[in-house]
Design a protein around this ligand. Structure first.
Ligand SMILES: *Cc1c(COP(=O)(O)O)cnc(C)c1O
Length: 415
């Protein structure tokens, strides 16, 4: 894509867009929730559908002229059903948070109870944090990961559920490197007659490709984002059994959204189509293999990984045991200067603050899209280690930066 037309009318925005493309090309995106979509997805997202109001659902719209919007949305729905095997799919949520809002609105009354993982243990704002509407509208209790093992403390989850008697239990996380035991959480929900929402935002692509177990058919509701491990552009999605279909659809529109972002629904359709091709399974497997290679090498350098490793696309490094005086923000800033972009993250048993935490989270979805294999990820681990060990040493940062330049040239992204 070129920004020639934008440039003619609006050089300031064109400059920023071009700078952003250069930034993505010349740095390594290791934020675990980010990825790079294809040019085809971007083209679909910038189509004339951005002009179209299509309130309602295919075949039952509140506006005329929706025949092509219907086609696009039906393609997205059919492909999503094939990817995840769900009975019913709503592809309209504007984001993963909106998808969760749709489920809460459909199934809960204000004041009802949500049981979810603590944010500092890997949960998400939309699971009931006080700063999010979910924490303000509903009563929230939280479960945790075991401080020692870093794994979900399923026993504590069960006990908390028995005491708290939630209306819904939320599983699925933002910074959790391990497989999730969907059945165990479903049993805990059944024991207290609660719904179970599995939010697979981070692992949507891994689940679609079968490299992470699926909660579809186990949990009552499955929500996801469409821009993380699946490369379908910004957005959210809700999956459920037919019995909840009408309630879910009504909660998304008119319950919590107006017209769907049809250009993004087109992006989802194209991205889902790409994910149905056999190469996507290889991509997802490589993403997981890469995270393992990255984690193993970081451990060889003596760094501490929460849960002692990873089963998915991310690793969570606890800096305290190896580098007690270095904070996540120190490392995040030095890495960014060297061209490796990731984020500081809280770790279980956090002793600093959410703003300047003790960990860093690193993901492989973006690197894998660029073509990185295990050997390349081991080298990235070496570079990360050099920075962790000397975050304030300009000569180390310059050295790593030179190597990042070579790697981004070797694994090009957008023309
Ligand atoms: C990323 C994420 C979401 C969705 O976030 P949006 O930015 O609203 O798309 C929801 N749940 C979890 C667990 C996430 O990690």
């Amino acid at each position: 894509m070129t920004y020639e037309t934008v440039r003619e009318s609006d050089p300031a925005v064109a400059d920023a867009l071009e700078d952003e493309r250069t930034r993505q090309n010349e740095t390594l995106a290791m934020i675990a929730s980010e990825n790079h979509v294809s040019e085809a997805v971007m083209e679909a997202q910038s189509s004339e559908l951005t002009n179209k109001y299509a309130e309602g659902y295919p075949g039952e719209r509140y506006y005329g002229g929706c025949e092509y919007a219907d086609e696009v949305e039906e393609i997205a729905i059919d492909r999503a059903k094939e990817l995840w095997g769900a009975d019913h799919v709503n592809v309209q949520p504007h984001s993963g948070s909106q998808a969760n809002m749709g489920v809460y609105l459909a199934m809960l009354e204000p004041g009802d109870k949500i049981l979810s993982l603590d944010l500092t243990h890997g949960g998400h704002l939309s699971h009931g944090h006080p700063a999010n509407f979910a924490g303000q509208v509903y009563e929230v209790e939280q479960y945790e990961v075991d401080d020692e093992t870093g794994y979900i403390d399923y026993e504590q989850l069960r006990e908390t559920a028995a005491e708290f008697e939630p209306d819904i239990i939320v599983s699925g996380y933002s910074a959790y490197p391990r497989e999730i035991e969907w059945e165990t959480i479903q049993d805990a929900a059944d024991a207290v007659d609660a719904y179970h929402l599995a939010d697979i935002a981070h692992i949507t692509g891994l689940v679609a490709a079968g490299v992470h177990s699926s909660p579809v058919g186990i949990a009552d509701f499955v929500t996801g984002s469409t821009h993380k491990t699946i490369r379908a552009g910004r957005g959210g999605i809700i999956m459920c059994d037919e019995e909840y279909a009408d309630d879910i659809d009504a909660a998304v529109f008119p319950g919590s959204q107006g017209g769907p972002l049809m250009h993004n629904v087109a992006g989802k359709a194209v991205g889902f189509g790409e994910a149905l091709a056999p190469e996507f399974e290889q991509y997802a497997q490589q993403t997981v293999d890469n995270a393992r290679a990255l984690g193993d090498r970081l451990q060889e350098h003596g760094l501490d990984l929460v849960s002692d490793g990873t089963d998915n696309h991310l690793v969570l490094i606890d800096l305290r045991p190896s580098h007690p005086d270095t904070t996540g923000k120190d490392v995040e800033a030095a890495l960014e200067e060297a061209g490796i972009v990731l984020n500081a993250n809280t770790v279980p048993g956090e002793t600093r603050s959410a703003f300047n935490p003790s960990g860093i989270r690193a993901g492989t979805p973006g690197l894998t899209t660029r073509g990185f294999d295990e050997a390349a990820c081991e080298e990235i681990a070496d570079l990360i280690y050099e920075i962790v060990d000397a975050p304030h040493d300009d000569s180390v940062i310059a050295e790593v930066s030179d190597r990042v330049d070579e790697l981004t040239d070797e694994y090009p992204l957008y023309d």
